[in-house]
Design a protein around this ligand. Structure first.
Ligand SMILES: Cc1cc2nc3c(=O)[nH]c(=O)nc-3n(C[C@H](O)[C@H](O)[C@H](O)COP(=O)(O)OP(=O)(O)OC[C@H]3O[C@@H](n4cnc5c(N)ncnc54)[C@H](O)[C@@H]3O)c2cc1C
Length: 381
């Protein structure tokens, strides 16, 4: 019987493969795609935001915050940077605390993993989708198009439903279900919010550094400062991605388009010109023309649009455009080492578990943290 099978060659699976092989374990890594780390290579707008110096369970959504906090305490951002540095490269935080490879190339992080796997001579199977997972006496039987193989332990690290173009269409949850696990309903997060297209018509491509507030029946749900990018069907950008973890269809969004400019200063600027010209050097000219039309020439209304531009959420762009998945296998069904409470020697890592983080390196951190916990537990046996 073979030793350990890792299902999924993303951030979590790659990390587990490296750590276990370094610990002297016999590892086979199954990846359904033709390349390893395809999603990892696309992270952070291609720059690879691998973690964040402001780490903590408050940046995550899960069914067991206690377990998550203890996991991060064992393997947090410092341990991630040390681990990645052990593969090579230099990792540095930006002014907001987001940690990137100094070369700002996510694909180079994947290359570091590939180099280490080659050096360690890990058995990597590409184009090898695991289609069935069955319990046998003393282990597991895995089925791929290439045949069936026995393993004594299995790590399910096959991702969630977000960005199915990278091989994660949620089909791997069937493997967890087949051995008795629950899969909590999945929804897309870190994704563009849709609005009525009429509300943003003509603004496509305009980006503002704004303060975005989400309200439900008048009650504030969340507030984020950052980029808001107007799109054909709604809003995108950093602040919107963060808000998408909280916003629901029907919620009201209010955008302060000039959060650093006090109302009195704005009022004074608006008196200096007529028509849309009063917004010259106040906002982007395209946005200025749009707002002037919307306020029907009323400067009081214009001021209120500048400080609280209103939109209504009409859903999200869905998994195809999402960066992460809410839902999955509940933490309540795994131990502190992320071993199944139902099936001994079955482990979970990464986005398959019901953990999703804020925008800013938190999801990759979870992939690294969870893979570390699993590998440590298996290595100690
Ligand atoms: C565009 C984009 C940008 C992002 N940017 C960031 C960022 O900057 N910072 C951050 O922290 N997070 C970011 N994320 C989120 C982050 O990339 C993921 O949360 C993280 O990669 C999840 O790692 P994982 O190993 O659990 O799963 P994945 O990386 O999704 O890997 C799972 C792998 O399993 C394979 N697989 C699936 N089913 C099977 C099967 N049955 N058999 C074999 N293989 C299978 C898939 O092909 C895939 O390669 C981004 C996500 C996207 C889509």
């Amino acid at each position: 019987m073979n030793d350990i099978a890792i299902i999924g060659g993303g951030a979590a699976g790659l990390t587990a493969a490296v750590l276990l092989k370094r610990a002297g374990k016999d590892v086979t890594l199954f990846e359904r795609g033709e390349r390893l780390g395809r999603k990892l290579s696309a992270t952070g707008n291609g720059q690879g935001n691998v973690t964040n110096v402001h780490m903590g369970a408050e940046h995550y959504h899960t069914d067991d915050e206690g377990l998550l906090a203890r996991a991060l305490a064992r393997f947090g951002e410092r341990e991630t940077v040390a681990f990645l540095t052990s593969l090579g490269g230099v990792f540095v935080p930006d002014a907001r605390g987001r940690v990137y490879p100094a070369g700002r190339q996510a694909s180079a992080v994947t290359d570091l993993f590939r180099r280490e796997l080659e050096r360690l001579k890990v058995d990597v199977r590409l184009n090898a989708q695991v289609t069935a997972l069955a319990r046998t006496k003393g282990g597991f039987l895995l089925t791929t198009a290439q045949g069936k193989e026995q393993f004594s332990a299995v790590i399910l690290a096959a991702g969630g439903c977000a960005a199915p173009n990278f091989g994660t269409d949620g089909s791997a949850f069937a493997l967890a279900k087949s051995v008795g696990h629950t899969v909590l309903p999945c929804s897309p997060v870190l994704v563009q919010l849709k609005t009525d297209p009429q509300e943003v018509r003509g603004l496509k491509g305009i980006r503002v550094d704004a303060l975005l507030t989400v309200r439900r029946k008048g009650k504030e749900i969340c507030k984020f400062r950052g980029d808001v990018l107007f799109t054909e069907s709604g809003i995108s950008g950093d602040a919107v991605f963060r808000a998408s973890s909280y916003a629901l269809s029907g919620d009201e969004v209010e955008i302060d388009l000039l959060p650093d400019v006090p109302e009195e200063q704005l009022q004074a600027a608006l008196q200096k010109g007529e028509g849309a010209d009063c917004l010259l050097c106040v906002v982007n000219n395209g946005l200025g023309r749009f707002l002037w039309k919307k306020c029907n020439g009323e400067k009081r209304r214009l001021l209120s649009l500048l400080k609280a531009f209103p939109l209504t959420v009409k859903g999200t762009l869905g998994f195809a455009y999402a960066q992460a998945t809410r839902g999955g296998v509940p933490l309540k069904e795994v131990t502190e080492s992320l071993e199944s409470r139902l099936v001994p020697n079955l482990f979970f890592a990464g986005e398959m578990l019901n953990v999703d983080g804020d925008c800013g390196g938190y999801n990759l951190q979870w992939a690294f943290t969870s893979a570390h916990l699993v590998s440590e537990a298996i290595s100690c046996r």
